[in-house]
Structures are given as C-alpha cells and as structure tokens.
Design a protein around this ligand. Sequence first.
Ligand SMILES: [Zn+2]
Ligand SMILES: [Zn+2]
Length: 305
Amino acid sequence: MLDVCLLGSGGMMPLPYRWLTALMTRYNGSSLLIDCGEGTQIAIKEKGWSFKPIDVICFTHFHGDHISGLPGLLLTMGNAERTEPLTLIGPRGLERVVNALRVIAPELPFPIEFRELTKPQEEISINGYRIRAFRVNHNVTCYGYSIEIDRAGKFQLDRALELNIPKQFWNRLQKGETVEDGDTVYTPDLVMGAPRKGIKVVYCTDTRPTPSIVENAKGADLFICEGMYGEKDKQAKAVEHKHMTFYEAARLAKEAEVGELWLTHYSPSLTRPEEFMDEVRRIFPRAKAGKDRKSAELNFEDDEK
Ligand SMILES: [Zn+2]
Ligand SMILES: [Zn+2]
C-alpha cells in the first residue's frame, strides 16, 4: 500500500489555511517528500506524519516556494536523531543550493547524498520506490516526478513442482533472487509469472503543458498537477509566467488517461478553486480540487490471474 498526502495546495506563498504545495508518500516504512517550501514542516505536523522516516526528498526546481523550508526540516530531522543517509534529488545545482541553505543548518547527524539530474529523463530506485524525473517547461529548469511501486508476478506453484525446485528455495526466488544449488542455478523467471500492475503517482507543478507530462503520467492511478489559475481570462498570464490553468491540467489528465486528477499550486488570489470544477470536470470527469492534507491509500489491484 502506498499512502499519499498532498501536504499543501498553494503556490508562491503560504496562506493561513493553505500551505505551499508538497507531496509526501509512505511505503513500507520509508517516506518520500516532493518539494519543501516554507511551512512544509507544519503541514507534516498537521497531517500527523513523522519526519524521521523521510529517506528521499525530490525537488521540482529551486524557486523559494518549493525549497525554502528545507533547512528547518533538516534541523528537525537531526533533532529526531536520524543517522541514516538522506537522498536529495533535483536539477543541476542541487548541491550548491542546498549547501547555501545549510549555512543555517551546518551540523547534522546524518549524511546527505545528492543526485543531480542532468538528462531530460532519469530513473532512480530507492527503498522500493521507482522514481522517474522528467523535465518540464518553466522559467527555470524544472522536473516532474513519477513515483512507482512495482509488483512482481505471481509465484507459479505448478511450475516449481514440475521443475522439481527444492521448497527451501521458493521464498528466495519469490523475492527475485537467483539461487545456486551445487551445479544447478535457479532463476526467478522459472517460477514467477509476468509482472503485475503496480501503483503509480505522478506529481508536476510549475510548468506549461508538455508532451513529457502526458508520456510520464500515462496510466497513473493518481496525477497531481498544478492549476495556478481557474479564471478563463488568466490564460495569457499562465503562458507568460509558465504555469497552467485548471483546463490545461484537465486536458493533460484526459490525454494521459489517468485514474484521478488532483489540482494544486493555486495562485494566492484564487480563493475558491471549487467554483471552477464543474467546468473542469466537463473536460476530465475524475478531476478534484486538491486541498491541504488531501490523502489517498493506493493499493495493488486484486489480481486473480
Ligand atoms: Zn511554484
Ligand atoms: Zn516556480
């Protein structure tokens, strides 16, 4: 099961009842965060989730509303006596930006591992998360993220019996290990069926619509996308500032055939996103206005095959 929480839904600045947009996920005891603007710590506290198991933080880009909360979060994680390494993923320049912010958080009891993105698309696997970063189109280098939990095929008991594979090796084969027994080598593909559908969440903010978004969001169970403006007359503004309207986000969701769309990164001037949702749902019926702490538990679908 993948637990997902949209910690905040605001863009540019935090408001009294709307924290800056950030996504947190929990899977198998390991938490992942995408973006960390001012106030993200409070949003995590409000949700009631813990700071200590955050093993990965992905940054979309280096605008303040997406990273200025990092030094405080690092200090809190340090105070929680974390000693395991923390992986930070983000555009080129990540280490320089983070080290500049760390002038006010110089001593931490855990090491930081930097993964700077240089290619249009990159994949990194950590703690069962398959993270794919893909470049989008903002006024600085910006990436969207696809977070996938893969699911292996089913163990084929009849095959294991047919091939006379000793029972003591079954468990290891099921975990994807190759087992050597004297001169005989057993590989997982001998007894495992085809991989089954996993879980996929895609998060992207601060961009114009791009083909890379459609491609990477394809078939996602949940697509969380920026919608800076709901008002139709703000289309030109969206183009100028390299953001999106609700309707553009809905068209991406439709094209990518996602399960559900949550909008986020609202302009501070947009106080009632719900007002525009009927119109948005005419384009993509499974669209929801994201709001702070909107959460979902995503499970593997039951598979009888
Ligand atoms: Zn932003
Ligand atoms: Zn930005």
